[in-house]
Design a protein around this ligand. Sequence first.
Ligand code: SF4
Length: 170
Amino acid sequence: MKWIIYNLYFPLVLLAGKVLRLPADAAELHLIGLNNRIQKKEQRQREKILILTPSCLQNKDCENNIVEDIAHCQGCGKCRIKDLLQLSAKHKTRLAVATGGRLARQIVQKAKADAVIAVACEKELVSGILDSYPVGVTAVVNSRPFGPCINTDVDIAQVEKALIGLLGKE
Ligand code: SF4
């Protein structure tokens, strides 16, 4: 059933979104909602979960190379990386930063993760869900108060909710 959803239903909905000229991101939001409901039913061990966030979440003026190693964050609090580090420490899960879809795929493969909680824009999330299949991706849409790809933001409570959903009663 999952194979049909990700390999047939997803492409069909994306195509319908284009052909019918649905409002921006409407098809992606529908697919993200469906995907997250599926992922919620799966429970994972915390050491197999990876939180993956885009580099645009980092404050644009910060010079610490958190893509190389997120531990380079100095925790100044000017962006959400500090909060995500605290969250991953609290729940003992891994956290990484990616500069794009290709690096994200490499990180997921290298981490041998069973489940990913990904933060990104709607389009990147749907691509990531499809690229990572059969690894499950729970998607959290970022907010873009300064436009796309710069000083983006995320609701940490939503990331924690996704994490708790995956951990279940572990
Ligand atoms: S919280 Fe970390 S990554 Fe964000 S601006 Fe401060 S030092 Fe840089």
